[in-house]
Design a protein around this ligand. Structure first.
Ligand SMILES: Nc1ncnc2c1ncn2[C@@H]1O[C@H](COP(=O)(O)OP(=O)(O)OP(=O)(O)O)[C@@H](O)[C@H]1O
Length: 702
């Protein structure tokens, strides 16, 4: 148990306090069980009280979600902190309950100003007793904010803050800060240190117990605020993004449940690694995807060479596609003539041209524009019919005329329906008309298919084509948007990928997370302002995260040596960790040395990863297998084997307790931004980093 030295408190007192806290934990677990049983009882009777099948189904879904939210994980503490507030404080001033949306999360009863009521346990979710009094406050409730932000300088009504140490689900210790007596541990908290230095195994965990003030400000930023977080490796960007999602869902439950929250990550291995964090926080409905999967309309069956891919990801392509689509709209040359019983209705080419021009000026998506033209033409025909027949045509007449051959033939001629695939197909068959003055002849040559496929259906699309097809699709029909989009490793998004996300967050906000130093794509951002402009949020603030929680100081110092060569304007990474080890070893046989190193690493707790150039992965895997060591792939998070062999190109965003990096020079040589890749690779270790090399280290490290 950790207590400030000057506190005069006996062992017996401490034991008694610990026993009281354990009793509160037991009582809270029992209360949560009651809440869940109550929800389950409602669930089983729901269909008998709901009026109709639809309501019953909606209610059923809601209850199933509620039951999932109320699940109790016996290995996770229900609360991790406690706040003692000034008894006379009018807690309602702090907004307790007033902005809380859920009926069951009102953290304060009416008699909140009673002395014995000014104590709150803070946990992963709200737990109320039978009378509805809070036993555990949700960490996202307005009142819990003080747990993360209160300081001696700004106590926010807090007299003392208690943090709990746990082993599995059992409470083992606590640590107090009496802010009223000027005590403040900050990052010196032993419980924080133990959490950060804990050997890592398996998937990412939540950090609710130890969110730091600079992180909390980002987590709790307003829903309408878009932000961009720049931070060195291990500063908690991913953690902040995930907790922000949970926080926003709590604060704006109804709105965001309808509009949705989306998390975009760099690859599937990363998504498996983070998948458990939000469910552990009770949030089971957040979509998590890669950009590639988000926009997947066509199967990707070919690859572009890097130069071609770069041209296709260039933001000028948006204008090329816009022009190509615009060129599909024609000028009416003939009148529409519509025989209708004994009548013949006619709209002249001039009038039709006026309609087309007007709709064009409205700048609608192409498909909407086509229907708008149809509606205007129909209105002109209707007006004639009304004038001649002196009565309003029936709905059936309107429907028939709108779909009549002459009207549809006119639309097909002048404002044809276009598929996104056909539009991109046209541009890649012949880039000249639309790209003529925008791209150089060399760039246009790169764009053009060397051997054009026969039709969009037979085309073998590349990943970059898929991005163009999504852009085209967005010109034709707006995709549904999300209420909030969180983009991780955002430095690697191309301008065109940014636009794909912008289309899906036009009416929502975004949280952009990344590190310019870790940009490895050919089009990686060098200035967040550019990315934000392409994302349609040019005014979003760029906020730094400065303290590293993952990488030990010695390892960070090694990685920092690469920074001057990376040509990005970011400060060196700073580590909160004085522990950890770093070893650089010259070896003659990297395979044999890897086996030896992994064997030694397995003597410690925690996960072990071997990271090497992609081309070396199979060889290393075979060497380990031959030595009897089971290995897993990066996607197999939490698999039985403790050793993962990861290609350098897949390791972004991941972390392992002990990392063995094999042949850095080969990692650097494998791609144009190889030094950036090495920077990512060197910053994956939580406790120990071993670098094995038979060839000299890359210059900045040597
Ligand atoms: N406040 C905190 N308390 C405890 N652990 C933390 C805290 N913030 C971050 N961590 C831990 O530090 C590690 C790194 O966090 P995270 O992966 O979010 O960093 P990142 O900035 O996204 O890193 P990268 O740029 O390398 O992807 C994780 O294990 C995370 O749980």
């Amino acid at each position: 148990m950790t207590l400030p030295a000057h506190q005069t408190i006996t062992e017996d007192d401490l034991d008694a306090q610990l026993a009281a806290e354990r009793a509160h934990l037991d009582a809270s677990r029992a209360a949560l069980r009651r809440m869940r049983e109550h929800a389950e009882a409602l669930f089983s009777t729901g269909h008998t009280v709901a009026g109709d099948a639809y309501t019953a189904e909606a209610l059923g879904r809601q209850m199933a979600r509620r039951i999932a939210e109320l699940a109790d994980d016996p290995d996770t503490p229900l609360f991790f902190g406690r706040l003692d507030l000034r008894p006379e404080q009018d807690l309602r001033d702090q907004g307790a309950g007033s902005t809380t949306r859920r009926h069951d999360t009102n953290p304060l009863p009416d008699h909140a100003d009673h002395a014995e009521r000014a104590r709150f346990h803070i946990g992963r979710r709200h737990v109320g007793d039978a009378a509805g009094e809070p036993m555990v406050l949700d960490w996202r409730a307005p009142l819990s904010r003080a747990f993360y932000r209160a300081s001696v300088r700004d106590p926010q009504g807090v007299v003392s803050r208690r943090r709990f140490g746990f082993s599995g689900g059992t409470l083992t210790s606590f640590e107090d800060e009496h802010l009223d007596r000027g005590e403040e541990l900050g990052t010196g908290s032993r419980i924080l240190t133990a959490e950060i230095e804990r050997p890592r195994v398996g998937p990412m965990r939540d950090i609710v117990a130890t969110i730091q003030p600079e992180q909390d400000e980002l987590v709790r930023a307003e829903l309408d605020t878009s932000i961009c977080v720049q931070g060195a490796p291990g500063t908690g960007k991913t953690a902040v993004g995930l907790h922000r999602a949970a926080y926003l869902l709590y604060q704006h439950r109804e709105r965001l449940r309808r509009a949705g929250v989306l998390i975009v990550g760099p690859n599937r291995a990363f998504l498996s690694y983070i998948a458990a964090v939000l469910p552990a926080l009770g949030e089971v409905e957040v979509a998590q995807t890669t950009v590639e999967d988000l926009i997947a309309r066509v199967p990707v069956r070919a690859t572009d060479d890097p130069a071609t891919a770069s041209v296709k990801h260039d933001p000028r392509m948006a204008e090329v596609l816009r022009r190509a689509l615009d060129a599909r709209i024609g000028r009416p040359a003939e009148s529409i003539v519509l025989p209708d019983g004994s009548f013949r209705w006619r709209v002249g080419a001039e009038a039709l041209a006026r309609v087309v021009d007007e709709v064009r000026r409205e700048g609608l998506p192409h498909a909407t524009g086509r229907e708008r033209v149809r509606a205007r033409v129909l209105a002109l025909l209707q007006r004639q019919a009304e004038a001649r027949r002196a009565e309003s045509p029936s709905d059936a007449w309107l429907r028939r005329v709108a779909r009549s051959k002459p009207v549809t033939a006119f639309l097909d001629e002048v404002w044809p329906a276009v598929t996104p695939e056909a539009l991109v197909f046209g541009v890649l068959c012949d880039p000249e008309p639309a790209a003529g003055d925008l791209f150089s002849p060399q760039e246009r040559a790169l764009l053009r298919w060397p051997k054009p496929p026969r039709s969009p259906k037979t085309a073998r699309w590349t990943a970059a084509d898929a991005v163009l097809i999504d852009e085209a699709a967005g010109l034709i029909e707006r995709p549904p948007g999300f209420g909030h989009v969180i983009v991780d490793e955002a430095q690697d998004l191309s301008p065109m990928q940014c636009r794909a996300i912008a289309r899906r967050s036009e009416h929502g906000s975004i949280t952009l997370l990344g590190d310019l130093a870790q940009g490895t794509a050919p089009w990686a951002a060098t200035d967040w302002r550019d990315s934000l402009a392409h994302l349609g949020k040019p005014d979003a603030a760029v906020v730094p995260l400065t303290v590293g929680f993952r990488v030990p100081g010695a390892v960070m110092a090694l990685a920092n040596r690469l920074l001057p060569a990376l040509a990005v304007d970011v400060p060196p990474g700073v580590s909160l960790r004085a522990d950890g080890t770093l070893e650089l070893r010259t070896v003659t046989d990297t395979d044999a040395a890897t086996v030896t190193e992994v064997r030694a690493a397995l003597g410690h707790d925690g996960s072990v990863a071997v990271i090497a150039a992609d081309a070396a992965i199979e060889r290393l895997r075979a060497a380990l297998r031959a030595a009897g060591i089971e290995t897993a792939t990066a996607e197999q998070v939490g698999a039985a084997g403790r050793v993962t062999v990861v290609p350098a190109t897949l390791v972004k965003g991941l972390e392992y307790d002990h990392v063995v990096v094999v042949e850095p020079a080969e990692i650097v040589a494998a791609e144009p931004r190889g030094l950036h890749r090495l920077y990512v690779v060197l910053t994956r270790a939580v406790s120990r980093l071993s670098v094995l090399h038979a060839t000299p280290l890359p210059a900045p490290l040597g």
